[in-house]
Design a binder for this molecule. Structure first.
Ligand code: SF4
Length: 378
């Protein structure tokens, strides 16, 4: 099993080369696109890219099919919409995930944290913060290293990933305390060769002390929701988290958009579910239980196409089963175990039961045409 692990995270200013051109990853401030910014993204995707837009598992927006020539004018257009950081270092550092169910206080907290990030020490590229201070935490299943949440007893807590409890903080203290926890992470030996995660440091027995010492339990988490109406608007999903720019432009006309790590957008204030091609609004849709990475030809590491097979298999999935079709053993689309995983190899697809893309298969070297008739899919 061989695949390339990038030591850095692509962004807008440092795009990633892919099989269909450059992938430009945007991290909208506060995880929100107002109607003007959303329309600007849609227009830029059409004008400077292929018009294909992906939603990432970290609530980012990715524009595909950008060329070396169109990258600079794309950045200029998006900078005008307030979506581009001053430089690559600032872009990399601003790794803040915000609950899509943010209230004004949460938005203010996320903005205040972003405002002090320049004072943070050098952190690994994937090191991130989660501001999950809505009515109930919803981001627990999304990787993060430092979390701001509500305590079960009320008030805010700052929690290091891997610890069951957090330190109490006020909203005014929270940004500086989050930076102090990041400083502790570095000082405690959390970074090796530019890499490291909080949970791994905690697993080695390190514990923050003093004001950062964990002592309050967080509120119980809510499971990530499916598409449908919620108190703050309409949640809509997309097959494999991908849409055309024309659809984004239509959604931009319906309201401001909150990004989620669940391949969905929240259209703020909308009290009905829009009926548009390319949207999934039925929470029972089988495609919601199917993960498939870009695959061939979009990803240069892919050993097969993934999404056509995933679409074919979706209606055949047993109830509750989760399917992951991966173009290689890296398993980008779904790092967690799935009920069934199909991993492309040079010899065909391997089938893994209740595991990850790189786990030991129960069947090997399957032809894509033969897979739908396997007993696992009937
Ligand atoms: S899992 Fe898919 S997207 Fe990730 S590297 Fe492999 S083929 Fe590419």
């Amino acid at each position: 099993m061989s695949f390339t692990v990038q030591g850095w995270c692509p962004g807008a200013l440092r795009p990633m080369a892919s099989g269909d051109g450059l992938v430009v990853r945007l991290r909208p401030p506060g995880g929100r696109l107002n109607t003007r910014a959303a329309a600007a993204v849609a227009e830029a995707a059409l004008r400077f890219g292929s018009g294909v837009i992906d939603l990432s598992g970290r609530a980012n927006v990715q524009l595909r099919g950008v060329t070396r020539e169109s990258h600079a004018p794309l950045i200029a257009a998006l900078r005008g919409a307030g979506l581009i950081d001053a430089d690559i270092a600032a872009e990399t550092r601003r790794n803040i995930l915000v609950t899509p169910f943010a209230d004004a206080a949460t938005d203010a907290l996320a903005a205040a944290l972003a405002g002090v990030l320049a004072t943070a020490p050098a952190l690994p590229g994937k090191f991130g913060f989660a501001v999950d201070t809505g009515a109930a935490p919803v981001l627990r299943e999304t990787p993060a290293d430092i979390r701001l949440e509500r305590a079960a007893a009320g008030g805010l807590i700052l929690r290091a990933e891997g610890l069951a409890e957090g330190a109490p903080v006020t909203a005014a203290e929270a940004p500086a305390a989050a930076i102090a926890l990041a400083q502790w992470f570095v000082a405690a030996g959390g970074v090796t060769d530019g890499r490291g995660r909080m949970a791994a440091l905690i697993a080695r027995g390190a514990r923050p002390e003093g004001a950062l010492a964990p002592r309050l339990a967080p509120a119980s988490a809510c499971a990530p929701p499916g598409p449908g109406l919620c108190p703050t608007g309409a949640l809509v999903a997309f097959p494999f988290g991908q849409m055309r720019a024309e659809l984004l432009a239509e959604l931009a006309g319906l309201g401001a958009l909150r990004l989620t790590p669940w391949r969905m957008l929240l259209i703020e204030g909308l009290s009905y579910l829009p009926d548009l091609p390319g949207l999934i609004t039925d929470p029972a849709a089988p495609l919601l239980r199917v993960y498939a990475c870009t695959g061939a030809p979009g990803c240069p590491q892919a050993l097969a196409e993934t999404r056509p097979l995933a679409r074919t298999l979706a209606p055949q999935l047993p109830p509750e089963a989760v399917l992951h079709v991966s173009g290689c053993a890296k398993g980008c689309a779904h790092p967690a175990p799935a009920t069934l995983t199909l991993t492309a190899t040079p010899a065909g697809f391997d089938l893994i039961a209740r595991g990850r893309a790189a786990d030991t298969p129960c069947r090997r070297a399957l032809g894509a045409a033969d897979i739908p008739s396997l007993p696992e899919f009937s």
